[in-house]
Write a protein that binds this ligand. Structure first.
Ligand SMILES: [Zn+2]
Length: 371
């Protein structure tokens, strides 16, 4: 009897083993088949950020406030997106007339792991003749006028109670603190520029708005976002014609649908680029280009005054020397551009290549990327 039970037990054991192997093979096969599908990049979450609000009216027109115009257009834009894309979640930094601090707007986008951040504004100029639309991405301004726009938008932090500590010493009245802050890395520059140019071409070609172009400047609201981000100046509230357009129902419809079509084009474009998801989750082995600004036998604190306020200084120790570098680019072209900006502060700055946290000869790196 015991022998008989033993045989059954052995058979059962073999069967279980066989079954387990079978299931695990099946799982690995299906996993493999579906794995490909899930790694494909999809734009799933967009944050719409109507500027100002509450005690901060934004720019003042003859009859209107910037905060009301941008909220109305933002809500329309969100509705268009929700209606057309079941799979896209729309999040607003505000959907009522309330005050939201600049840093909180970026927080909302980051916490929700948004794929795109759209900040909506209306422009202001002392001259009532200035008109047209422009879209900004975070970066160093190339002319004084861009700087003025960003300064004006950034000045709203003075409505916040603890802005001096909150923005790492950024002073809305100091040109120097402004430039250093604008030099900060923009990881999603390329994607942001693409979306910005879609918006401007929609404004120009479909809504007949004057196109003042895609521009760069240091906007606090874009500073800490960790996704492609733009700030749209949808027209001048200080210009009578544009104020009329921006406050009219038809004008708001036109502007919102133009940005909606730009969003649709961007979504299609970004999802079709298979290398985009690779770019954001890039592996350690990938070559990165950086700019070396200094090297020393003695260790220097990366936040020391020695670095003239440059943020994100990284330290690389090679033998007994500490090298201090800034920047982190995949494309050589991008680091060339970045070095030019850094040279204003460190004239001897030069480009290095890093792979697996080690500095490799630049020529080797350029060969490897077939530059
Ligand atoms: Zn504004």
């Amino acid at each position: 009897m015991t022998k008989y039970i033993n045989v059954i037990f052995l058979k059962l054991k073999r069967f279980i083993l066989f079954f387990l192997v079978f299931v695990s093979i099946l799982l690995s096969v299906t996993n493999f088949a579906f794995g490909d599908e899930t790694t494909k990049y999809k734009l799933k979450t967009v944050v719409i950020d109507p500027g100002h609000g509450g005690r901060d009216p934004g720019a003042l027109g003859k009859k209107s406030y910037e905060k009301d115009i941008v909220l109305a257009i933002g809500l329309k834009l969100g509705k268009y997106i929700e209606k057309s894309f079941d799979d896209v979640q729309v999040i607003y930094t505000r959907n009522t007339d309330k005050f939201v601090e600049l840093h909180k707007r970026a927080d909302i986008a980051n916490k929700n792991k948004a794929d795109l951040f759209i900040s909506l504004h209306a422009n202001f100029n002392k001259s009532r003749y200035a008109y047209g639309t422009e879209t900004y991405v975070m970066g160093l301004h190339t002319d004084a006028q861009n700087l003025e726009v960003a300064k004006l938008e950034n000045s709203v932090i003075t409505f916040e109670s603890d802005y001096t500590t909150r923005y790492e010493g950024y002073d809305p009245n100091s040109a120097e603190s402004f430039i250093i802050f604008s030099l900060m890395q923009n990881t999603f520059l390329e994607q942001s520029l693409e979306f910005a140019s879609f918006i401007q071409s929609q404004f120009r070609e479909r809504v007949n708005r004057a196109d003042r172009g895609v521009k760069q400047a240091g906007f606090l609201v874009l500073w800490k976002t960790t996704m492609p981000s733009v700030l749209v100046e949808m027209g001048f509230i200080s210009n009578l014609n544009e104020e009329k357009f921006l406050t009219s129902r038809q004008g708001q419809d036109y502007i919102a649908s133009a940005i909606f079509r730009a969003f649709r084009d961007y979504k299609t474009s970004i999802e079709s680029k298979s290398d985009f998801s690779k770019a954001i989750t890039s592996s350690e082995e990938e070559i990165r280009f950086k700019v070396q600004i200094s090297s020393s036998r003695k260790q220097i604190l990366v936040n020391s005054d020695y670095f003239k306020g440059l943020k994100n200084v990284q330290e690389i120790k090679v033998n007994k020397t500490y090298k201090y570098v800034v920047g982190n680019e995949i494309k050589y072209k991008d680091i060339l551009e970045y070095r030019e900006k850094i040279k204003e502060y460190f004239p001897d700055a030069f480009i290095i290549a890093v792979k697996n946290d080690k500095i490799i000869p630049l020529k080797e790196a350029l060969d490897e990327i077939n530059y």
